[in-house]
Every structure is written in C-alpha cells, then in structure tokens.
Design a protein around this ligand. Structure first.
Ligand SMILES: Nc1ncnc2c1ncn2[C@@H]1O[C@H](COP(=O)(O)OP(=O)(O)OP(=O)(O)O)[C@@H](O)[C@H]1O
Length: 341
C-alpha cells in the first residue's frame, strides 16, 4: 500500500512521444509523468486512442517503428532506463519490470509448451538457477495464479482456454519476482465470467509480493474495484490524477465526469439513458492551442480561456494529491455530488 514517505519504485517524468517524421502534426504523448509505489495498483484509464498503450510501450522501450521518445526520463533504482544501453535495459525488462498484454494467444509462443515459456524467462534472468529450481519456481508461480495442476506446464497454449492462457502470462510476468508489472487491458480478451477471477489473481499475487501494478484499462468498473490511485488520460495527456475515492466522489475534469456517467449503476433510474460522450479524440495533440477536450466538453461552453490556453495539471483547492487539468476544476469541486463506486 502507498506510503507517502517511501521512494517510488518507478518514476516516469515528462514523457513525450512523437512520430519520427513529425510533419508538424505534434506529439502523441505530452508530458506524461507518474510515480508508482511498492504494492499499489495504479490505474491508467481513458478511452481508445488516449495514449495508454503508448505510455506502456515507451516504458518498455517497445515503441512501434516510426515513433520516438522525444523527451522524458524513466527512473528505476536511481537510473534512467531510457539512457541505459540496450543490453542493460534487456536485463531489467522481464526481470524487474514485466508487461502483460491484452491478448494472451498472440503473446504466447504457440510452438512451445507453457512450462518451457516460464522456464525460458527464468533461465534468461536467473542463470544461476538449476533446472530443478526453475521447475520448482514454475510450479510455484503456476499455483500463485490459481492453477493447481502442475501438468498444465506440459500443455501448449492452444490446449488451454483464454483465461488459463492469461494466467500463464501472469505466471511468466511473476516468475522473476518483478518490482513492477504493467498490465495492458489484461482481461479485455476474456469472457466476463473469468475476467474477475483473472484480475483477482493478478492483484492478489502482486499484493503478496509487494509488486506494483500499473493497470491499463478503459473500464471504470475495474478501476473502482482494483485501483488505489487513478490517472485519467485524454488526448495523450494526463488530465486528472488522485486516489480512487477522490476521483469517483469528486471528479474534477469533465472528461472523468463523463467516463463515470457512462457507467451503469444499480441505483440508476432504468428509464434514464446512459450518457454517450459525442465525438472522439484526435490522433495528434501536442501543439493544439487551448484545451484538447473543448469540442466535447459539456461544461465549459467554449469559454475564451478554454480556446486559447491549454490547462495544466495542477492541485485542486481540495488540497492533497488530487490534480486536474481544467480551468474550471474548482467549480466542479463546488458542484460535484458524491458518486459511489
Ligand atoms: N504506430 C503508430 N503510428 C502513429 N500513430 C500511432 C501509432 N500507434 C498508436 N498511434 C496513435 O497514438 C494514439 C494513442 O494510441 P494508444 O494505442 O496508446 O491508445 P490507447 O489509449 O492505448 O487505446 P486502446 O485502448 O485502443 O489501446 C492514437 O491516436 C493512435 O492512433
């Protein structure tokens, strides 16, 4: 759990990502910064195209060809990972910082047994372990992910269900006892009935080992259930951050508000239609004048300042750690009724 006195395990500072041949279109990610602490679950939430996956890929040095980090630091154990050599970075990825992707079927190697895939990760990062020790660790992480039958190590991915394959991905991520796991929409490809089991498994395993979990999702239901802290992304920027209760009870940014209003709640009037936020974010945002959310904002009525000045992420009058990037966030603070997650 987050202890404000402790040092972050990982600090992302001022990350900008832009196309190599910019052609004046601007950045895809602008000034994305966050800290993550031991044992906490930090949710990165936003609709499709808001920049969540690019943030994860940048941290893992996996940006697609044609995109580059144009600024930013990623501090892990007092070193900026982005400045390390490729060899030094490869020692950290998979051992200290692991990633779980959305679709296990395309992440697992179809021609290797799942046990061999766990073993491969262990032998790469912990060469001193004997094969017997690696097998013991593989069985241990399998059991941590709720698979009690060690014979499953002998299975090929196509012999397992989607839910089991995602548990294997979690086992591979946990194998080397990483400090940080980034999970990019880890349950989106799964049947709803197994989504909760897989999320519970992932969070429990992280809590037990003190691993920090960065959970990327567009699902505010998952955020409410699993996050300790929330970062809301829109148009390649962080527009709100705070602890989960603050975000759900007093959303300061109209985009966060809209995300929450799109979620059905049991207490809702069944006749009331769900909010649909019209429009969609644009692809390139960095050099946009004014607020990137202006064309979809239900609150600002295109006031002058929203058209001319991009709001900066700043602390609310509430104090504490709740920040938002909206010129009128303190009006929202005065008027927003509590929402129960
Ligand atoms: N290889 C690329 N070249 C150019 N633009 C890209 C590339 N990859 C992503 N983008 C753009 O960057 C923006 C952010 O994409 P990203 O995949 O990070 O969004 P996301 O929030 O993770 O969405 P989703 O939930 O759909 O994965 C989008 O506008 C996307 O079109």
């Amino acid at each position: 759990m987050r202890n404000s006195d402790c040092i972050p395990l990982l600090s992302l500072k001022g990350l900008n990502v832009a196309p190599l041949n910019d052609l004046g279109r601007g950045a895809l990610l602008s000034n994305v910064s966050f800290d993550i602490f031991r044992g906490e679950t930090l949710c990165l939430v936003g609709e499709s195209g808001s920049g969540k996956t690019l943030t994860a890929l940048a941290i893992m040095s996996l940006l697609p060809a044609g995109l580059q980090k144009s600024a930013g630091e990623c501090i892990f154990e007092q070193k900026d990972i982005f400045r390390l050599s490729a060899t030094e970075r490869q020692r950290i990825y998979g051992r200290d910082i692991a990633i779980i992707f959305q679709d296990p079927m395309s992440s697992l190697n179809p021609v290797l047994k799942v046990g061999e895939q766990i073993d491969e990760s262990l032998s790469r990062h912990q060469p001193a372990l004997t094969s017997r020790q690696r097998l013991a660790r593989a069985k241990q992480v399998l059991s941590m992910t709720g698979i009690d039958d060690p014979h499953k190590l002998q299975a090929y991915p196509h012999e397992l269900s989607g839910g089991l394959c995602q548990r294997i991905m979690i086992a591979i991520a946990l194998a080397n006892k990483p400090s940080v796991i980034i999970a990019d929409e880890p349950t989106t490809a799964l049947d709803v009935t197994v989504q909760a089991q897989v999320m519970d498994t992932l969070q429990t395993a992280c809590r037990e080992t003190g691993t920090a979990l960065v959970l990327i999702t567009h699902d505010m239901g998952l955020v409410g259930q699993y996050a300790d802290r929330v970062m809301v992304m829109y148009a390649g920027k962080l527009v709100e951050q705070g602890n989960t209760a603050a975000i759900f009870q007093h959303p300061l940014h109209p985009y966060t508000r809209a995300l929450l209003d799109c979620v059905p709640r049991l207490s809702d009037d069944p006749e009331r239609p769900l909010l649909i936020l019209p429009g969609e974010p644009h692809g390139f945002y960095g050099d946009r004048q004014g607020c990137a959310f202006i064309s979809r904002c239900l609150k600002c009525n295109a006031r002058q300042i929203c058209q001319t000045e991009a709001p900066r992420l700043s602390a609310s009058e509430n104090g504490g750690t709740h920040h938002a990037a909206c010129h009128f966030m303190n009006e929202a603070l005065a008027s927003s009724p509590a929402i129960t997650s």
